[in-house]
Write a protein that binds this ligand. Structure first.
Ligand code: ATP
Length: 312
């Protein structure tokens, strides 16, 4: 008798920007304690999972050359983690993962985490698992601190390493312009640079997330623009001084404010509306300060099946 092979499943998953990223001191486990407000943006990767005779990963699109296609790919680690979680032998999981990247690699927008979250949602559908979002979020947290948010989407407050999430009420679609740099930045290197800057002096630290949450609830981009903040920005700029010019160029082009996204080097510019974002993007492209410019909006949902039924 022929085994029935389930059809491939495709998942769309968003990038994130941190509207507020407060980095506290290093904990005993070596991680920094964070207080962050994430927003999911309409810049998405598309990940297909399929049953196959040979396991493997294919990556195409934005920065594909610098993404590993072996077991170190976070998407593959997600296959292994979910298989183990549901009692399947990961070595028997014959799965092909096809990743179409739009999220810049090592860009501070959690692209690898997004792909891992997409695999969790895709495999749960492919294997017809009786598993809800909460249980998937537990598996996600074992893969990395940004993976639960990629699953969750929307806007959320993250604490701990960023993996403990509470949804945040927002009253507006916010319009962003993203400037991709020519080369990525390593997240551990940026945290190490922040530790170095803090050992040398006492760079200013962000305070409470409360004002940002109020601005999000009000829906006023002008108010939010004044409150965007990222403790990693000084470290990213220290490692990549050209980012100062990029940040200035976006504001000169008409953005309300600009910020380094997460550990960088992508810069995210908040604009007053969709038309303004298109104008800022056009002017920024012509300024020669970055490799590529994209327009995006947020918040958008987390990892979602492109076709078929979503999770329970
Ligand atoms: P974060 O904002 O979560 O710190 P990032 O957006 O700066 O991450 P990623 O694009 O997630 O960075 O990639 C970081 C590194 O992880 C890359 O340099 C790459 O070698 C590796 N990597 C593993 N899996 C993936 C994947 N699926 N997509 C992109 N990079 C991956």
């Amino acid at each position: 008798m022929l085994a029935v092979v389930p059809p491939p499943v495709t998942v769309r998953v968003p990038a994130k920007v941190n509207l507020h990223l407060a980095v506290r001191d290093v904990r005993a486990d070596g991680y920094h304690e964070l207080a962050t407000v994430f927003q999911a943006l309409s810049l998405t990767d598309e990940v297909t999972v399929a049953s196959a005779e040979e396991s493997g990963i294919e990556v195409t699109g934005e920065g594909a050359d610098s993404v590993p296609t072996d077991q170190s790919n976070l998407a593959w680690r997600a296959v292994t983690a979910l298989a183990s979680h549901v009692g399947r032998d990961p070595d028997d999981a014959k799965i092909r993962v096809i990743i179409k990247k739009n999220i810049p690699v090592a860009g501070g927008m959690a692209g690898g985490s997004a792909d891992a979250a997409a695999v969790l949602v895709g495999l749960a559908a492919l294997w017809r698992l009786e598993i809800g979002r909460d249980e998937l979020a537990e598996v996600a947290a074992t893969l990395g601190s940004d993976v639960p948010f990629a699953l969750h989407g929307g806007t959320a407050l993250g604490t701990g390493r960023g993996e403990e999430l509470v949804p945040v009420l927002t009253r507006h679609t916010f319009h962003w312009v993203l400037a991709f740099d020519r080369q990525g930045l390593s997240t551990p290197a940026v945290f190490a640079e922040l530790d170095r800057l803090r050992a040398e002096g006492d760079p200013p630290r962000l305070g409470s997330t409360e004002p940002v949450l109020e601005a999000l609830a009000s829906g006023d981009p002008n108010q939010l623009a004044l409150l965007l903040g990222n403790d990693l920005q000084a470290a990213a700029v220290s490692l990549r001084p050209g980012l100062r010019r990029t940040l200035r160029a976006g504001v000169n082009a008409g953005a309300l404010a600009g910020i380094v996204s997460g550990s960088g080097p992508t810069c995210a510019f908040l604009c007053s509306d969709a038309d303004s974002a298109v104008r800022v993007a056009a002017e920024l492209s012509g300024a020669g300060v970055c490799r590529t410019v994209r327009v995006a909006q947020g918040p958008v949902p987390g990892a979602k099946l492109v076709t078929g039924d979503d999770l329970p």
